[in-house]
Design a protein around this ligand. Structure first.
Ligand code: 5GP
Length: 190
């Protein structure tokens, strides 16, 4: 049995990765999505084990020490990481898995899974990105400034990815990602 494909959707915070990913879940319910661990506090409506596994700093550190994370990154004061076993088990069972993670983590996954398919979600413009972060209403002005600085550096890293997808409209962005998934399955391995 052949292994599944690993898809990684990444890009600057505020570009709409979360929104695109949840729209994709509706369109592709058969696709398996990785649930990350994080030390960040849950936002209103977020459910433990569904949106994230919410962990204390101690719990997160012990996951790192026990090699239970495929990658992890510190991002604006919080830790985020991808549970390793779930990813490996899913791929070994012949199923695809989809990760939605920030750029530093994606670069680490590239080292471990160079055969993965890496998709970079870009904002239509930098101004639009700032507006979206403000519009989200969940972040303080300081946090937004921090995230914009990180975003500027992150846009530089796009060249390491296999695909870039503009998030001008959710539906279009989803359609592009679905096309990539289909194309990757049609690819002749050389
Ligand atoms: P938020 O706090 O807005 O949910 O997420 C902040 C950033 O962390 C987003 O860019 C999101 O994609 C990223 N992120 C979520 N889970 C992971 C993960 O497991 N690993 C890494 N490296 N980043 C993650």
């Amino acid at each position: 049995m052949s292994k599944g494909l690993l898809f990684v959707l990444s890009g600057p915070s505020g570009v709409g990765k979360g929104t695109v990913c949840s729209a994709l879940r509706t369109r592709m319910p058969e696709l398996i999505y990785s649930v990350s661990a994080t030390t960040r506090q849950p936002r209103a409506g977020e459910v433990d084990g569904v949106n994230y596994f919410f962990k204390s700093h101690e719990q997160f550190q012990s996951m790192i020490q026990n090699d239970r994370l495929l990658e992890h990154a510190e991002y604006v004061g919080n830790f985020y990481g991808t549970p390793r076993d779930f990813v490996e088990d899913t791929l070994n069972a012949g199923n695809d898995i989809f990760l939605e993670i920030e750029v530093q983590g994606a670069l680490k996954v590239m080292e471990k899974f160079p055969e993965g398919v890496f998709i970079f979600l870009t904002p239509p413009s930098f101004e639009e990105l700032e507006q979206r972060l403000h519009g989200r209403g969940t972040e303080t002005v300081d946090t937004i400034m921090n995230r914009m600085t990180v975003a500027a550096d992150e846009l530089e890293l796009m060249k390491h990815y296999d695909y870039s997808v503009v998030n001008d409209e959710i539906d279009l962005a989803c359609m592009r990602i679905q096309s990539i998934i289909v194309a990757e399955h049609c690819k002749i391995t050389k």
